[in-house]
Structure formats: C-alpha cells, structure tokens
Design a protein around this ligand. Structure first.
Ligand code: AMP
Ligand code: GLY
Length: 422
C-alpha cells in the first residue's frame, strides 16, 4: 500500500513511524516532511496547505490512503478535496474541523448541548469588548476566534493586559482575520489533561491520556510554546474522571456534531481542565496533538493503519484499540531562544540506537547532514514500566543527542510524578 501523510513536524514523524510497523505498507510519502522524517518516508516538497497540489499528487501517485495531520489543511478542506478524488482519508472534513477552526463555533456548540466549559462572551465589536472588560472578573482569558498558530490565547492578569490583548487582536490584527471575532472567557483552574480520541462519528475511543508542558521554562514559567514535553498516562486522569468525561463530554460532543450535520471522523482532541466543579473543555483540536502524539502512539499496541481505516469506514466499534500499560515521556529539544528568535542550520547528531524513538520536528538536510531548521527541533521519547523510569530514560537519551544551542526543560513529568504520589 502507498500512504501519504500531510504535515512535517514531530507529530507526523510519530505517525509515520507507527504506520511503518504495518508490513502491508510499501511506501510512505510525507508532504512536506522534514530532514529527519526523510529517514522514514519520501519527503515531497509540497506545502501542507497547498490543497490542490496535495490532491493532484495523491491521484498521480495512486495513493491508497492519506492521513491529514495538521489543523490548517483540515480546516481548509484537504480531506474534502482528497475524498472528491476518491482517496480514502484519515481526518475530519472542513465542516467538522471547524470545531478547532472557530472558537466561537466550539463555544456555542458546547453551550447549546450542555457540554461543560468555561463561561464566555463573544464580541465582534472592539468597543463593546473593552467596555465588558471594565467589570469582567480578573484574571480573564482572551481568545482569537480562528487558528493562530497556537498563540491566540492570552491569559490576562490585569484589566489593562486584557484590554491590550483585545486591541492587539481586533485593532492591530496580529492574527489577521482570526481576530475579527474574539471570545472572552472565565479563567478556570485545575490540572490539565489532553485526551486524544479516535472517532468514526458513531463510536468514540479515547486513547491513553497525556499531559503537555506548554511554557518554555522550568516550573511552568516563561512564554507559551507549542509544547516542551509530554508524559502519558496523565495521573490526574483517574478511571472515575474518564467515566465522567465519556458521559458528559466525549459522547455529547460526537452526538452534537452529528445533530449539527457535521459528523466528525478522525482524531478529536479534548483539552480538558479538571476543575473543582468537574472536568471542563478548554479546547477541542480536530487532530492529533503535538507533542502528545509522541507519547501516545508509542504506547499503542494495535496496528495504527487498521484503526485509522476503521475510522474512515465507520467500523471502529468492531476494531480493537489496545494500549500498553507502560508509561511514556517525551522531552522536546528546542533551539535556544524559542519561541522568540533562534538560529538555525546546526548539525544534529543522534546515535543510531536512538533513531527509532526520536521524532524530528524542525530539521533540514544540508550537504547530506541533518541540521536544525526550527524552534522545536526534536522530541526524545522513552517508554518505561513506571513514569519515573520513562522520564529518567528520556533525559538519559537527551544527553546522548547533540546540536549547538540546544535547549530543553529539565522538569518534564515532575508535576505528574508528584501527583502520582499524592
Ligand atoms: P489553547 O490554545 O486553547 O490550548 O489554550 C492555551 C492554554 O491556555 C491552555 O492549555 C490553558 O493552559 C490556558 N487556558 C485556555 N483557556 C483557559 C481558561 N478558560 N482558563 C484557564 N486557562 C486557560
Ligand atoms: N499540544 C497541544 C496541541 O497540539 O495543540
């Protein structure tokens, strides 16, 4: 079989490595892939958002199955375009990907169907938003409606900060049209859990839970990033919490999307906060999370392609999705200065024995060498019988990988370890 994976980050590398365990797959193409993915797939220089070229490539190369991994091509309708050409796909159509593509849509969906989330107001008029902020409870959370490269959420600790955030989105248009509408949301507190799930629109199968570490610095300090590391499973996500989430959040969301005529097929990501009043949805993503995928898929014991095809064919209920009882940790090695400015082009050295568990996010090939080409450069994953073992192993492996100006957090999983002991 010939498979095509759209995207080019660590998440896509993890998906490709897992797919490769299936011996029926003869070839995997990555569009565009990256310098590290090139070891595991044929990288094709087509941008993940060039929907027309992606569909043309799939037809010309007789692709048997396509996986669309990132949010933007999904929101832009990559799956619709591929299915029109008769290519079976993993991923939601555009009318369902809107669950991530528009925060106003997802908040209104949750309100309409009684799915627990933070209280909120929507604004399309800056003056009204500013006057609302005169009396809104502080801290408050300002969210741009549309996709904003993961930067469209601002937690404002003061009224002034909140107003500045509104102005930056609605007046200065820092996120372009994504800031035409904004959501102002109640600030919630509690441990965060990421739950990725497979769904064919009828059945929802949660994968193993995980915990992201979004801030750049140790002890959750510094700027928000795309994610500096992950662990799985998340110790806060007990069986009781999982049951409550299934009843109050997962199934109601799938049913709500069906009722709206927007059946969701693919990976639906639930970003949850476990508040004193129960689990609440912080965000939905219409895709696998990054770097959650780098700890979740290594624990998947079932064949990924089989599960993905069951999602496409609507046969998920009859398909086994089994996870290992072990633990996984992923430490992101980034370029010094990320998420602000950083240098690129430094040679990356990964010992051969670590290639199978290192997921490359930002690298290019230059004169036959793999060099850094992004803020997040790679994710180093390890699996262990205990969380502590997985974390220690991952950090041990980080020590064996080198590139100039490498930066990583030293405390990935520390909070989870503490929580597990409580
Ligand atoms: P998002 O881009 O929606 O994942 O938001 C980024 C991060 O902002 C989340 O992972 C949370 O840590 C935080 N966040 C988002 N919404 C809220 C909220 N209503 N209350 C508290 N924190 C939030
Ligand atoms: N790790 C969070 C995300 O993928 O959006």
């Amino acid at each position: 079989m010939k498979i095509m994976v759209v995207g080019g980050g660590g998440r896509e590398h993890a998906i490709i490595k897992k797919l490769k365990e299936n011996k029926n797959i003869s070839e995997i193409f990555a569009l565009p892939g990256n310098g590290g993915i090139a070891r595991d797939a044929v990288c094709i220089n087509i941008s993940a958002t060039d929907i027309k070229k992606i569909a043309e490539f799939a037809v010309q190369n007789k692709i048997d199955y396509a996986v669309v991994a990132p949010d933007d091509p999904l929101v832009l309708g990559a799956v619709d375009a591929l299915e029109e050409k008769g290519i079976p796909c993993f991923g939601p159509k555009a009318n369902a990907a809107i669950i991530e593509g528009s925060k106003v849509f997802s908040k209104d969906l949750m309100k309409k169907y009684g799915i627990p989330t933070a209280g909120y107001e929507v604004f399309n008029d800056m003056e009204k938003a500013l006057s609302y902020l005169e009396t809104a409870p502080i801290p408050t959370v300002i969210k741009a409606d549309g996709l904003a490269l993961g930067k469209g959420v601002i937690i404002a600790q003061t009224r002034e900060e909140a107003k500045a955030a509104v102005k930056s989105m609605m007046e200065d248009k820092v996120f372009g049209k994504s800031g035409d509408n904004i959501v102002i949301e109640e600030f919630l507190t509690g441990p965060e859990v990421s739950v990725l799930s497979f769904t064919d629109g009828k059945t929802v199968v949660p994968m193993i839970s995980s915990m992201d570490h979004k801030r750049a610095g140790d002890n959750d300090t510094g700027l928000n990033t795309g994610g500096m590391g992950t662990i799985a499973p998340n110790p806060y996500y007990t069986e009781a919490v999982a049951k409550e989430c299934m009843e109050k959040i997962f199934l109601p969301t799938i049913n709500a999307m069906n009722s709206e005529g927007r059946t969701f097929k693919g990976c639906l990501y639930f970003g949850l906060m476990l508040t004193e009043k129960g689990p609440k949805v912080i965000e939905y993503n219409c895709r696998f999370g990054d770097p959650e995928t780098q700890v979740v898929l290594p624990l998947l014991e079932s064949d990924l392609l089989t599960v993905m095809q069951a999602v496409t064919n609507g046969t998920l209920a009859e398909t086994e999705v089994k996870f290992s009882k072990k633990n996984a940790a992923c430490v992101i090695m980034a370029s010094q200065g990320y998420p602000k400015s950083y240098e690129k082009g430094f040679e990356i050295n990964i010992p051969d024995e670590l290639l199978s568990t290192t997921y490359v996010a930002g690298a290019a090939l230059k004169d036959g060498k793999t060099v850094t080409n992004g803020g997040r450069v790679l994710g180093v994953t390890a699996v262990g019988d205990s969380l502590k073992q997985a974390i220690d192993k991952a950090y041990g492996n980080v020590e064996k990988i080198s590139f100039k100006n490498a930066y990583y957090r030293r405390d990935i999983g520390a909070k989870a370890l503490k929580a597990g002991k409580e």
